[in-house]
Design a protein. Structure first.
Lengths: 220, 211
């Protein structure tokens, strides 16, 4: 899902027991650090404390590009990896990880509602009702998933990755198309009908590209 | 009578011994309201510390030894006690940097910095059912003893006595930090293991003045 992102595991003690190792964490930070930043995700208690201690022992210039995300470790790692892969900054990646907790509960509400624009930005609406669809700043479209795994894991990541390249707010069945966890949270399988909406300068080209991707079956 | 490297080494060695002696007690307490590894972790950490004591140069100062304890605990104790006690010893070392002999004021500064380090790391408050329930009373007692003009030995004894009482005071508490915080009222009636370790460490500091 995030082939160019370096993820270093640093769980457990030095002798592979349950717990944390300051040395393993320090080594993993160095491994994951290519100069652009490192985001650390932890599970419980001592993992957070040891990670914080490890960061304090880093040289100032390294420490300044390391963050510990306050995020659930599994969901946060997935969101963080995709954010990093799609060119997110250090702060983007932290934000993606930390939004993972909120998205787990938020998904229930947004997915259940009728498809609407996912953003809180005003939609440019032409006074002529039919012009809404033709408005270059707003686009809509539908597609049916034909691939075996539907919009899960790798296809979802590919979809989100593409959506992230466009200058537009995009929603799929009412959820933010640039949020991997929200898309995966829809649990859409093969044969599912999806409805897309986009607002912004690249709304139309985004819709066209995304619908083409969905209908391509993701090469499965 | 100011305390120097000889006292510091004796303190550390006694701590390692008393932690080893109380390993099972600490495991048992932690099994009741935690994940059962506190005694094991502390013993592993302080055994490693004791082994490294031999590396401390004869002309070292207290801060050198305290820093060695800090880094050893941080890298050998696999649980929360590593970063917590490790940071305590690290900040303590910082508080007495450059000093070969520690007078009463330095001892109080050492204990206070240690406590502040634990709070910095773990963010606990008195009443959360943690080692802070032993350390903060110890710091307060030491500070009061200093103000009364007591000797270094008396300051450390006051700290050790207060830490013991503080540790016992955790019995009826509901935990607000750490694994025990998941247990709600089931933690009531059980002593916090970290507070017991803290009390043992501070008692060792007082006893070491006799060495």
């Amino acid at each position: 899902m995030a082939p160019e992102v370096h993820i270093a595991a640093a769980g457990g003690t030095d002798d592979d027991g349950i717990g944390t190792s300051f040395d393993l964490i320090t080594t993993a930070i160095a491994e994951a650090d290519d100069g652009t930043g490192v985001v650390i995700l932890c599970d419980l208690g001592s993992a957070i404390l040891t990670a914080e201690t490890a960061v304090e022992f880093l040289e100032d210039d390294v420490a300044s590009r390391v963050r510990i995300a306050d995020a659930p470790i599994v969901e946060g790692s997935v969101a963080a990896a995709v954010a990093a892969q799609t060119g997110g900054s250090l702060e983007d990646v932290v934000r993606a990880a930390e939004s993972a907790a909120a998205s787990l509960s938020a998904d229930v509400d947004t997915a259940a509602s009728a498809p609407t624009s996912a953003s809180d930005a005003p939609i440019v609406v032409d006074p002529e009702p039919t012009a809404v669809v033709n408005d270059p700043a707003h686009a809509e479209g539908t597609a049916t998933l034909i691939n075996a795994s539907g919009l899960h894991a790798r296809p979802a990541a590919e979809f989100v990755r593409m959506a992230s390249t466009f200058d537009a707010r995009i929603s799929l069945n009412g959820v933010d198309a640039k949020s991997l966890l929200r898309i995966m949270g829809l649990g859409l399988g093969k044969g599912a009908a999806v409805s897309l909406e986009a607002t912004g300068p690249q709304a139309r080209v985004a819709l066209d590209a995304l619908i083409e991707l969905l209908e391509s079956g993701f090469g499965e | 009578m100011a305390l120097g490297i000889r006292w510091t080494r004796a303190w550390i060695a006694r701590t390692a011994d008393v932690i080893a002696d109380n390993r099972v007690l600490l495991i048992t307490l932690d099994r009741d309201i935690g994940d059962g590894d506190h005694g094991e972790n502390m013993d592993r950490g302080f055994s490693a510390v004791k082994a490294k004591l031999a590396d401390v140069a004869p002309d070292a100062i207290p801060a050198d030894a305290l820093k060695l304890v800090a880094t050893t605990l941080i890298s050998t104790v696999g649980g929360a006690s590593g970063p917590l006690f490790g940071t305590a010893y690290l900040k303590a070392a910082g508080a007495v940097a450059g000093q070969a002999e520690l007078d009463g004021a330095a001892i109080v500064a050492l204990l206070t910095a240690a406590r502040d380090g634990i709070v910095l790391r773990g963010k606990a408050e008195v009443g959360d059912k943690t080692m802070i329930d032993a350390w903060t009373p110890a710091v307060d007692a030491a500070t009061a003893a200093l103000a009364e003009g007591k000797s270094e030995i008396e300051i450390l004894q006051a700290a050790a006595d207060a830490a013991q009482v503080g540790s016992e005071s955790t019995d009826p508490l509901v935990a607000r930090k750490g694994r025990a915080s998941y247990l709600g009222e089931r933690a009531i009636g059980h002593r916090d293991p970290g507070s017991v370790s803290a009390a043992l460490i501070l008692r060792a500091a007082a006893d070491a003045t006799a060495d």
